[in-house]
Design a protein around this ligand. Sequence first.
Ligand code: MG
Length: 377
Amino acid sequence: MGDLAQKIIGFDLWHLELPVTSRRDHGIGTVEGVCEVVILRLRSEDGSEGFGEASPWSVFTGTPEATFAALDRYLRPLVVGARVSDRAAIMAQAANAVAHCTEAKAALETALLDIAGRISEVPVWSLIGGRCRDTIPLSCSIANPDFSQDIDLLARLQADGVGIVKLKTGFKDHAFDVMRLEYLAQNHPGFAVRVDYNQGLSIEEAPARVRDVAGFNPDFIEQPVRAHHFGMMAKLRQMIDVPLLADESVFGPEDMERAARDGICDGVSVKIMKSGGLTRSQTVARMAAAHGLTAYGGDMFESGLAHLAGTHMIAATPEVTLGCEFYQASYFLSQDILEEPFRISTGQVCVPDGPGLGGRPDISKLDHYAVAKAVAE
Ligand code: MG
């Protein structure tokens, strides 16, 4: 077993543009052509490596350029020369070194956990509490403005044994949303259906539309209005019997505290890219549970590397009970960056057993898709 007291001596970055297979519209914006992520590689004295991913989206969490700069300029000096064992100290310093940039901090904590796990020869989930589940139910999002393409995707999902779909709503008109809900009810009654507005509704239109959609009795309705409209979230929650989930309104534990106090939701979408890492995500989920609220394993537009980080977090967090949405590596990217495919089996994400994250990126793919790099030769 390796030595956790060894120092981190390498800190390499790739800003990637990853081609995607379809257009996806959300209430706050569109992703088309490519999605952009930043990959971090840490190296330690004995040659061990750890990887982490930051998956920003400019309209939601932040930009890839700011993420790259946060890592390269502001977080690198805290990490190079530090001991692998001192993860908590490094993350505490990172919190104060640069405001926001939660995706950069998520990438850093992921890479620190990965390298510690590889050196200790244990999975990341064992470093953050131990495992509470072997599999996680997978949800795939339906978000193509051309619904005929999503009809093909729905058939593929059903054939693959995926049991949950999340309909992205509020980016076109209400009739389009109702038509798709009716299609799902008639043609795929076996799917559990969730609805996510991604802040797409105005204060004026939200009550009537959300009431209408609640009539289809989805598992939950997520974030109908803008993140800061806490008052309207609370009002909508009172108005419907279907659970209301907060996503953009709750990034980290600080937001969770206010969300619980103001009664804006019945549950929360927990994402390592919002909270700034795996352990802060666990805190959000536990705070939600302590207030009698549920937690869902959300994600951003990610590659399989960030999916792995989220999988380990959920594997070690019993409070995340609503499954996950780690579908992009399998159903959205033209090609994922992992050496071995992110594992899904009959609609369930499989929790890895190997050391660290249990998977690593193919460096030739990082070099191929990079638009910017800071890699020591
Ligand atoms: Mg959402």
